[in-house]
Design a protein around this ligand. Structure first.
Ligand SMILES: [Zn+2]
Length: 441
């Protein structure tokens, strides 16, 4: 892959030219669809505003899925950065120049957060240091791109709300999500591109995300795996570190149950909205995130959704698609939520059996996993732990053992869960259809 970078009137444009062997169109995977990416930075920004290794990191995040083995740049990087990329990801980046010194983590630096305005991101904001700078990757659409369901207004409202509270928030218009087809970030960490582009201007020593335990420790998919030893963590951590940025995942040991609890009482928490389809303060109520969040919040506050929600929101196509999968994405969170359900709605009782909430106790999801803090930069560790514990108690030794032992094996291997899923689906859909007929009559 060959990459050129130019800046003009504070806008960065990265141009992409694939090599013949680059896997740009593999069946079943997002394809490289555009050959450039543009980001609009604050006035005065130019290529002189950024260390060459940071710029190489931005290029890497933009095209990582489609690099065969070579990343050829029109600027030189440090030998340290190139060595790190070779060792971790088997990618040869160049040219390398002895004149480029590695970027050291700045003294008296500040952390940045790749901020989305969603619940997990807002929870990270609540527990990171008070001088953390927020960077919002504001999706721009190149001419000719089709319509999108994504409504950015709630996220921009969250940015404005945090700024009104005295926090530094930078919105960076950027079209990196259009590099691939289907639309989306090339790699999860690419939403940090705005922060990386501003890292030297703002003196950043670390970048954080709202990555939660279900993702970091994989408890939200097939079962627990040690985040500290996962390649995805160690490799990216090393590459960011080589560019003078610590990885700062403040809520990696906190479940979605925990982040939902944090934003219920943290300053600005009311601004958080994970639904990307609804309006400000009015989530759509019918997407997968809305349905899951309703169940989790209901469990936390002890008030369950109305009959109308059961008949109109729960049976919506997207949530039903997720809820009938085996295993369900973030199933443990639903096990927690339904574990607190004592009502008699047939749909929720069926879902409770399906997610094993009638036999498993996962109350430990409402507490935080202390070993995750070992992965936070050492000088931020004590402060973050104190901040998290304003909202959540730590897990006990027994909790930690249960967390580490979490697995989906039973669900994935026993046909009885297929039956339970079908039962839930039939009950939910037939109740919704009866409700529709009644409304028409
Ligand atoms: Zn929604």
């Amino acid at each position: 892959m060959q990459i050129d970078a130019v800046s003009r009137e504070s806008a960065l444009t990265i141009s992409i030219t694939p090599d013949a062997e680059d896997p740009i169109a593999v069946d079943g995977k997002p394809k490289l669809s555009r050959r450039s990416m543009t980001a609009q930075l604050p006035e005065g920004w130019s290529l002189d505003s950024i260390h060459p290794d940071l710029l190489a990191l931005v290029a890497l995040l933009t095209v990582r899925p489609w690099i065969h083995s070579r990343l050829q740049l029109t600027w030189a990087v440090s030998a340290h950065f190139a060595d790190t990329l070779r060792r971790t990801m088997k990618i040869e980046v160049g040219p390398v120049s002895a004149e480029v010194q590695p970027r050291n983590h700045p003294l008296r630096g500040v952390p940045g957060l790749a901020f989305s305005g969603g619940v997990d991101s807002m929870a990270a904001a609540a527990v990171m240091p008070s001088n953390t700078i927020f960077y919002f990757n504001e999706r721009t659409n190149p001419p000719g791109s089709g319509p999108s369901l994504y409504n950015m207004r709630p996220a921009l409202h969250a940015c404005a709300g945090m700024a009104a509270m005295g926090r530094t928030v930078r919105r960076v218009p950027c079209n990196v999500e259009h590099v691939r087809n289907p639309l989306g970030v090339p790699v999860d960490l690419a939403n940090s591109i705005p922060a990386i582009l501003m890292a030297d201007v703002d003196n950043l020593d670390a970048i954080g995300w709202g990555t939660i335990a279900e993702s970091s420790y994989r408890t939200g998919s097939h079962g627990w795996i040690d985040y500290a030893k996962r390649d995805i963590f160690t490799n990216w951590c090393a590459v960011f570190d080589a560019a003078g940025l610590y990885f700062f995942n403040a809520v990696a040991g906190v479940s979605e149950v925990g982040t939902s609890t944090i934003v219920r009482s943290s300053p600005g928490g009311e601004l958080a909205q994970s639904c990307i389809r609804g309006e400000i303060g009015l989530p759509c109520t019918k997407c997968w995130k809305c349905v899951r969040k309703t169940l989790v919040d209901s469990a936390i506050i002890g008030a369950w959704p109305s009959e109308r929600w059961l008949l109109e929101s729960l049976p919506s196509p997207e949530p039903m698609r997720f809820l009938t999968k085996i295993p369900i994405k973030h199933e443990c969170v639903l096990t927690f939520a339904l574990g607190r359900y004592k009502g008699s709605a047939p749909q929720l009782r069926a879902l409770k059996s399906r997610v094993r909430a009638d036999k498993l106790d996962v109350e430990w999801l409402s507490r935080h996993y202390i070993p995750a803090l070992d992965l936070v930069p050492h000088h931020y560790r004590i402060g973050v732990r104190a901040s998290i514990e304003k909202y959540l108690p730590p897990m006990t030794a027994a909790d930690e053992a249960a967390f580490r032992g979490w697995t989906m094996d039973e669900v994935e291997n026993s046909p009885s869960f297929v039956e339970l899923a079908a039962n839930f689906e039939n009950l939910t859909k037939s109740a919704a259809e009866a409700h529709k007929k009644k409304a028409k009559a």
